[in-house]
Write a protein that binds this ligand. Structure first.
Ligand code: NI
Length: 184
């Protein structure tokens, strides 16, 4: 087995701070290939044996900018531990159209394949968001996501705007407003 041919940039790389550009259609073949490679990589990273063998950190989302490509595209692959099946999303040109007032955060802290160090603290996220986006054929779609998937979407949309999750943690008080949000 070969790992997909992708290289994930580290947070030290200034490219990650770029605002990614709108994608035009039809997609180039290379772009489609990168989408499939990124999803494949995420799936492999969630396989314990493979992750250990190839020293991969498990991840459920990747934005194109993390591969050095400033296009507004991200992918999600999240394994359902009960069924072993993956929930997959390919999201192009996302625009959030509504968001819940309720805020949540990941109790064990958010992670990112570009941030290779432990980071403590609360990253406030909306519990539910609705967004418009385009699929790989350029069709306009709408999706509503909640809980951990909503957090993943917001994390990836931040990447498209040059923002990392560590930016959203209060430096002086990393657990600020903990009691105003629901932990998941
Ligand atoms: Ni990330």
């Amino acid at each position: 087995m070969n790992l997909p041919n992708i290289k994930i940039l580290d947070e030290k790389d200034k490219i990650l701070r770029k605002v990614s550009k709108e994608v035009t259609f039809p997609l180039e073949d290379a772009t489609k290939q990168t989408i499939f490679d990124a999803i494949n990589y995420l799936k492999l990273s969630q396989d314990e044996e493979i992750a250990e063998k190839y020293d991969l950190r498990p991840g459920m989302g990747l934005a194109f900018i993390q591969l050095g490509i400033p296009k507004r595209i991200f992918v999600i692959a999240n394994k359902d531990e009960d069924t072993g099946k993956f929930e997959e999303h390919i999201i192009i040109n996302p625009v959030i159209t509504s968001q819940s007032e309720e805020m949540i955060y990941v109790g064990e802290g958010e992670g990112c394949l570009s941030v290779n160090r432990p980071v403590d603290g609360i990253v406030p996220r909306c519990a539910r968001i609705t967004l418009n986006y385009q699929d790989m054929d350029g069709n306009h779609k709408k999706i509503r996501v909640r809980e951990d998937i909503a957090i993943a979407f917001q994390h990836e949309i931040d990447h498209l705007n040059g923002i990392l999750f560590v930016d959203k943690i209060d430096k002086k008080n990393p657990f600020k407003n903990k009691d105003k949000m629901r932990e998941i």
